[in-house]
Design a protein. Structure first.
Length: 180
């Protein structure tokens, strides 16, 4: 918790800034996450924030809903739920996974979908090396399961000397060279 919580907060705040930087005319643009245009991606991020808030509190999986335009308050509630030390303990009754794994999934979603949103809308995106390294480590450990569950795409080959974020994106099935 001590290292990951600040990373989750930075990733969620950075993603909220990106969401708020999207212009109305950009909502129908494609994203690197092929099943989502920008509006659907933001809707997915809203759901992700609410889902991880529920799971951090020992709650159930919740259904995905449509875009509502309230990502930042959802992200703040999610972060507040993860601030509680007990949120990091045990196994999630909603998913049957260790809570620390769920925290890694949350960080992965915030970073990867933040990147998706940034490149789709032409916004700058900078991730700390510590966050990128954690994403790479998480992605490498979860790749087989993530692919089986449909959360990760097939690995995209990325040069070993590429930035850590690009290598992490490749592991989870994103092409760091994606262009709209």
């Amino acid at each position: 918790m001590d290292e990951m919580m600040p990373q989750m907060a930075r990733a969620a705040h950075r993603t909220a800034d990106l969401v708020e930087g999207v212009r109305e005319e950009q909502l129908s643009l494609p994203t690197p996450c092929a099943e989502f245009d920008v509006r659907a991606l933001i809707g997915h991020l809203e759901w992700v924030a609410s889902l991880f808030e529920s799971l951090a509190g020992g709650g159930p999986m919740i259904p995905q809903a449509e875009y509502t335009g309230d990502f930042r308050p959802r992200a703040e509630r999610m972060l507040a739920a993860w601030q509680r030390p007990e949120a990091w303990e045990g196994v999630s009754p909603g998913m049957g996974l260790p809570m620390t794994t769920l925290a890694g999934m949350c960080l992965c979603d915030m970073i990867a979908h933040g990147w998706d949103l940034a490149v789709a809308t032409g916004q700058p995106y900078e991730v700390g090396e510590d966050e990128a390294a954690r994403l790479l480590e998480f992605g490498e450990g979860m790749a087989p399961t993530g692919r089986k569950m449909g959360a990760f795409g097939e690995e995209v080959a990325v040069s070993g000397d590429a930035p850590v974020l690009h290598r992490a994106l490749g592991v989870i099935g994103r092409d760091p060279a994606w262009k709209p």
